[in-house]
Design a protein around this ligand. Structure first.
Ligand code: GLU
Length: 290
């Protein structure tokens, strides 16, 4: 068997905190213990929030922790053509449609629905797409695009699931309710997810799947908050004929009040702790790694 390939894939939209340190160290330790590779990927598709100084800080903080990675590092914004190609592939199979509602319009539609009955929400708590854009004719779509309206390209979840039914994944970690082993994917829980936008040819779900495949990632080790996103990833892998990695979703590092750490809290930023005299060995102990 070829050696396993692990990756740590942070977004440079803030400074790394203890939660990132735990995930990066876990991936790095597992790669070392198994004679595998450890890759670093910069997930910077959101041009409004990602900044070069945060990317530079990622390299600095990881090096300080004693982590080394394969080069070149893959930076997602350098590979938009790979994502466009995948969108075209799915579009050619009639699995994608443009939706033109603004965020405010979507919020209004959801409020309208919820005044009658509860409206379903995805595993992250966001309401499912409530619009009717899927039923627009091809000429109507062309006309709206021609008018220069912004749009999101959404996956037609029902059609996609019909082409890739009964998906599962192998979980070596644990889901929020203790799910482990062979887990049944539930992509329907996410509704018609956004795969790209007019100005950005990809989304988190699409780029993570394409990059894991292009980089030959065999073991995805990441936080439990992404456990159910794996449903969408398995669906896209199946539709795009990508290999299926195994998954290990790990516990999250929580703050003193039991909340998930955030990039905007300085208290747990690695550089802040370093400034206060913490050593990499302290950080390992703080996140519960030997
Ligand atoms: N870029 C994602 C994040 O920073 C992680 C993606 C993944 O591991 O699948 O939360």
């Amino acid at each position: 068997m070829p050696p396993p390939v692990f990756r740590f894939a942070p977004s440079p939209n803030g400074y790394l905190h203890l939660g990132h340190a735990f995930s990066a160290l876990l991936n790095f330790d597992m790669a070392r213990a198994s004679g595998g590779q450890f890759l670093l990927r910069i997930e910077d598709i959101d041009a409004t929030r990602c900044r070069p100084e945060f990317e530079a800080a990622i390299y600095e903080d990881l090096e300080w922790l004693g982590i080394s990675w394969e080069t070149p590092v893959r930076r997602q914004s350098d590979h938009f053509s790979d994502f466009r190609e995948a969108v075209e592939k799915l579009s050619g199979r009639d699995l994608i449609y443009p939706a033109f509602e603004s965020r405010a319009e979507i919020a209004r539609l959801v409020a309208e629905r919820e005044s009658v009955a509860p409206w379903p929400r995805d595993p992250d708590g966001a309401p499912l797409y409530p619009g009717a854009a899927k039923s627009f004719s091809a000429p109507a779509r062309r006309q709206l695009i021609g008018q220069g309206l912004p749009y999101a390209l959404r996956l037609d979840m029902a059609a996609a699931m019909a082409q890739a039914p009964d998906l599962t994944w192998i979980e070596h970690g644990e889901g929020p309710a203790g799910e482990t082993g062979i887990v049944a994917a539930r992509p329907e829980d996410w509704g018609d997810v956004i795969l790209a936008r007019k100005e950005t040819p990809t989304s988190y779900h699409l780029s993570v799947v394409i990059d894991d495949a292009l980089q030959g990632v065999t073991c995805v080790v990441r936080g439990q908050d992404l456990f159910w996103a794996t449903s969408v990833h398995r669906l896209l892998q199946s539709l795009l004929d990508s290999p299926q990695p195994v998954y290990r979703h790990h516990r999250l590092v929580l703050d003193g009040t039991g909340q998930k750490l955030s990039k905007s809290t300085r208290a747990t930023a690695l550089r802040e702790l370093r400034g206060q005299g913490a050593t990499p060995a302290h950080i390992r102990r703080l996140v519960g790694l030997a």
